[in-house]
Design a binder for this molecule. Structure first.
Ligand code: NAD
Ligand code: UD1
Length: 358
């Protein structure tokens, strides 16, 4: 029997790509999502891409009863926990919504997992937990600090996971700290589909390229960087998805399990993982201007831009040390900035209105 993975937030941007990678790696999946920032169309397209229908449950991670039912009806080996709200600006305006959804929701999920004796979790953390880093590249031992409720919610969950691992060594809790996920599945069928005007750089650039938005504002050109614009560690979402599979494989190996063994009793023995934070990045920084230039070349479109003031809360540079992922998970990002732009452009040009284009 294949191990079954519950994918919370599996209809979303990163979750949908990871569902494909999990399926290709031989896992069974159950997607659990309240569709607050995604659509059934994404699930439908993932089903088409993998050639079989996906078990999808429309539900909220704060709904303990429904979650309990899922754990009763399915023999879940572990949870990939993507479900969460992620807009920094909105989190400043609605902090309680973010703490309720991201923190309370995770508490509910962990309680239900504990009751079901399922103690394997891969959590979507973020490089945002490093705040403004003192040293680059950033490794996992760097100090953590956050300045907005979204970041705080990620940090709070990390602290909760640490405390849980310290009290019960049966838990295997891997926090993957993503740097800047971009790109789309090479089919152009699934990708990032922001609800409103995008907050993040890559979807903004691609919407300018496709003519939905007129001009990109580049927030600051006076940073101490290669060209004065911000520098980030952009990582292709399919590389990121493979990083999740690698984390799950590592978890299984540490526990002496194979993919086909889903005996829960033995699964909770010999645990040596506890709480394990791992960066998922490429280790390379790319400036905003460099990304704009690369996208323009790949798409053949003009990307008009203007320089404007720095965005509050932004930092100059942020890129990962990706050594721990390589050493422990035997994983490293493979795809280049050009491939990130090509795949984003394929998705955006085929689906100018995202999943509403269908
Ligand atoms: P997304 O919004 O596309 O996906 C999140 C999914 O979770 C959505 O489908 C949404 O409907 C669902 N969801 C939200 N709250 C829920 C709830 N209470 N119950 C059930 N489902 C719920 O975002 P994404 O970019 O795919 O991000 C996935 C995870 O990775 C998030 O936790 C996010 O904070 C984290 N992350 C994202 C980035 C990024 O740049 N995209 C960077 C670092 C970390
Ligand atoms: C942002 C969030 C971070 C979150 C991450 C991934 C903030 C302050 N930080 O990170 O918490 O984990 O997204 O979701 O929001 N830029 C422009 N013009 C734009 C948009 C962005 O110049 O229209 C610049 C930014 O100033 C930055 C770079 O592009 O230098 C990347 O921005 P963005 O894509 O929003 O990611 P982060 O700021 O790294």
């Amino acid at each position: 029997m294949k191990n079954k993975i519950l994918v919370t937030g599996g209809a979303g941007y990163i979750g949908s790509h990871t569902c494909i990678a999990l399926h290709e790696a031989g896992y069974d999946i159950v997607v659990y999502d309240n569709l607050s920032n995604s659509s059934r169309e994404a699930v439908r397209r993932v089903s088409t891409l993998i050639g079989q229908s996906i078990e999808f449950i429309e539900g909220d991670i704060r709904d303990a009863e429904l979650l309990k039912q899922v754990f009763t009806e399915h023999q879940i080996f572990g949870v990939m926990h993507f479900a969460g709200l992620k807009a920094v600006g909105e989190s400043v305006a609605k902090p309680l919504l973010y703490y309720n959804n991201n923190v309370s929701g995770t508490i509910t999920l962990l309680e239900v997992m504990a009751a079901a004796n399922v103690k394997n979790l891969v959590f979507s953390s973020s490089a945002t937990v490093y705040g403004d880093p003192d040293v680059l590249p950033i490794d996992e031992s760097a100090k953590r600090s956050c300045t907005n409720p979204y970041g705080q919610s990620k940090l709070m969950v990390e602290h909760m996971l640490q405390d849980l691992a310290a009290t019960d060594e049966g838990w295997n809790l891997i926090a993957l700290r993503y740097f800047n996920p971009v790109g789309a599945h090479p089919s152009g069928q699934i990708g990032e589909d922001p609800n409103d005007i995008p907050n993040n750089l890559m979807p903004y650039i691609s919407q300018v390229a496709v003519g939905k938005l007129k001009k990109l504002s580049i927030f600051g050109n006076d940073y101490a960087t290669v060209d004065g614009t911000g520098v980030r560690d952009f990582i292709h979402v399919t590389d990121l998805a493979q990083g999740h599979v690698a984390a799950l494989n590592y978890l299984e190996q540490q526990k002496g399990l194979t993919k086909d063994c889903s005996d829960k009793e033995s699964a909770n023995k010999n645990s040596t993982i506890g709480f394990l934070p791992i960066n998922l990045g490429t280790g390379k920084g790319t400036s905003v201007l460099e990304l704009v230039t690369a996208f323009s070349e790949v798409s053949g479109q003009d990307i008009p831009y203007q320089f404007s003031a720095r965005r509050a809360g932004d930092i100059a540079s942020c890129y990962a040390s990706a050594d721990k992922a390589k050493d422990l998970l035997n994983w490293e990002a493979k795809l280049s900035i050009t491939e990130m732009c090509q795949d984003t452009w394929r998705w955006q040009s085929k689906n100018p209105r995202g999943y509403h284009s269908a």
